[in-house]
Design a protein around this ligand. Sequence first.
Ligand code: AMP
Ligand code: MG
Length: 355
Amino acid sequence: MTGRFSESTIPCIEAGKSLLNGTPKEYTMICLGIESTAHTFGAGICDDRGRMLANRRDTYKPKKGWGIVPMDARKHHEDVADKVLDGALEEAGKALDDIGILAFSRGPGLPPCLYAGLNFSVGLAKKLKKPLFGVNHCVAHIEIGRLTTKLKDPVTLYVSGANTQVIAHTGGRYRIFGETQDIGIGNALDKFGREADLSFPYGPEIEKRASGGRWLGMPYVVKGMDLSFSGIITEATKKLNEGDKLKDVCYSLQESMFAMVTEVIERALAHTGKSEVLLTGGVAANKRLAEMVGIMCRERGAKSAVVPWEYSGDNGAMIAWAGVLAHRSGQKPLGLKKASVLPRWRTDEVETRWI
Ligand code: AMP
Ligand code: MG
């Protein structure tokens, strides 16, 4: 146990109750989900009624001042995989033989990390002789959000380390209405955290430091429906080096970034006519972000909800649930001999026949 994000036991949602349509029913099958797109190796187990039975993970922690070194993260994932899986089975009170189907995060992500998940999942699927589904990591973040918040057809803000996208389901797919043109909000925050010599994980640390801060002025970059964050980080680092207080810089960069995404969500709501907003992904844990989006939604008569903390960052439970949805919708499992990863798989390329 090396820190808050390491080898954590994550509480189940409403143990014993299905969250699908609110109707507890006997399940017929359980799914094991494997997550490994970036820093986190996760194993989650859920049943086909949407009941979460286990969610275990172990997160690779880069050296101080460094970002993710993909090959080191891959080695981390390979080293912890068996232990994380055993933990998940124990938490669920299940044996390997109880698993009906398997799913893994096929992309998008860092190729070495994706291969760690692919190899582990294919090995297990062969051993158990069970079908394996390759699921889209971003869609899994949305679906665990819809399941746990009970929002039906939201505009989704998916904000994680690598991704920042405003998404809505139209014409049979999740469509991206706006996204970052450079780095994701989480990576931007992490980059500033390293520059400011804060400790990992940087996002929550910046959130803490921003409390009671003062507005210093910051770039605000919305281009059409797209966003850009790297200039804000350059400016924030410059202000810090010139002697501005850390709490004022943290406050100002959060205010600017979160106002930018709130503006784009508001326009996506207006365009689509939808009336719900879901916040999902690791950065969705930020209370100020939820507050800003909440205020905008109230002013428009829309509803907003945030994925519960235990399902906000990368996790195996969301992959298991996305696997159930893929299976239920009649998607074909992967052929194990030719199974591959899709490092650049976009949200709008995924067929979502379950909606
Ligand atoms: P994910 O890639 O979905 O696992 O999300 C990880 C990202 O979420 C990292 O970049 C973290 O810095 C960021 N993050 C986690 N908690 C918070 C928070 N409370 N505020 C802002 N960012 C956060
Ligand atoms: Mg993610």
